[in-house]
Design a binder for this molecule. Structure first.
Ligand SMILES: [Zn+2]
Length: 272
């Protein structure tokens, strides 16, 4: 699933192609993708609207329209977003398209059909968006904020990092990498972490997410940026997907443990 660095990379590559364009019409071939209203109503409300910007909140992309309307998109497992010439061949599994006023169109390709699209008025975000925790790369997110978000919970730190209501945008890959850099075992409960450990984890999160964006995200299978290009952070991974390989830190073996239904990778020697 695309995480913060992948979704941000898509935003950065798509935004220049959308900003200032007007939506002419659209087509949705998988009706369940559109939440809350009918496909017909969705297309009627966005047609003719000018796109003024595109933001990201956690793993959501938010396309801003002139009439204070916002189109929210969640790519879920296999979603891909591109802007292409309207007359270019359609790849398989494109279930959502918006035609723009310059002969291009926004295409949402989604092999597994889990992706979602919704529409809301600015200032009235759906609950799912409202509940999202702080953006880890925003200036407001400090060590003190992370400490406060963790609070006195007895939740395992890996689960806390994956919880979008505690902190936004982190998924399995960047959670495992952050815990490796911080030298923290994924099963440690957050209320057992020392001040120094939370400080280390804070900086590890900043490092892996920033580097992830710089390298255009991590591609194992489906993820592509808005230009259809793969990312390259997969070449920098220390633990995620590295089961049985040697730890770059200590030379021990990286293990994979099933943890809360998610494969979790770590070095048992470096992460006590
Ligand atoms: Zn190690």
């Amino acid at each position: 699933m695309p995480e913060l660095p992948e979704v941000e990379t898509i935003r950065l590559t798509i935004l220049p192609k959308l900003k200032g364009r007007r939506i002419i019409s659209g087509e949705v071939l998988h009706e369940k993708m559109v939440l809350g209203i009918s496909v017909k109503e969705f297309l009627e409300r966005v047609s003719g609207q000018k796109i003024t910007g595109m933001e990201r909140r956690g793993k959501y992309l938010l396309i801003e329209l002139a009439a204070d309307l916002i189109i929210g998109l969640h790519l879920r497992m296999t979603g891909q977003l591109t802007v292409e010439k309207s007359d270019s061949p359609l790849a398989k599994a494109i279930y959502f398209r918006l035609s723009l006023d310059n002969g291009t169109e926004l295409r949402f390709r989604d092999q597994r059909k889990f992706g979602k699209v919704f529409l809301y008025s600015r200032g009235e975000p759906p609950l799912a968006l409202e509940k999202i925790g702080p953006e880890p790369l925003s200036p407001e997110f400090t060590v003190a904020v992370l400490k406060e978000r963790f609070g006195q919970r007895s939740l395992a730190v890996k689960k806390a990092l994956l919880n979008q209501e505690i902190i936004a945008g982190i998924g399995n890959i960047y959670a495992d990498e952050s815990l490796f850099y911080a030298g923290i075992h994924p099963a440690r409960s957050v209320n057992s972490l020392t001040g120094a450990e939370i400080d280390g984890l804070y900086h590890a999160i900043q490092k892996v997410l920033s580097e992830g964006i710089k390298l255009g995200g991590t591609t194992f299978r489906d993820y592509r940026d808005g230009e259809g290009r793969a990312g390259s952070y997969q070449n920098k991974l220390n633990v995620y997907g590295q089961k049985g390989k040697t730890c770059p830190n200590c030379g021990g073996l990286i293990v994979k443990m099933n943890f809360g239904g998610r494969g979790t990778h770590f070095c048992p020697l470096c992460q006590k």
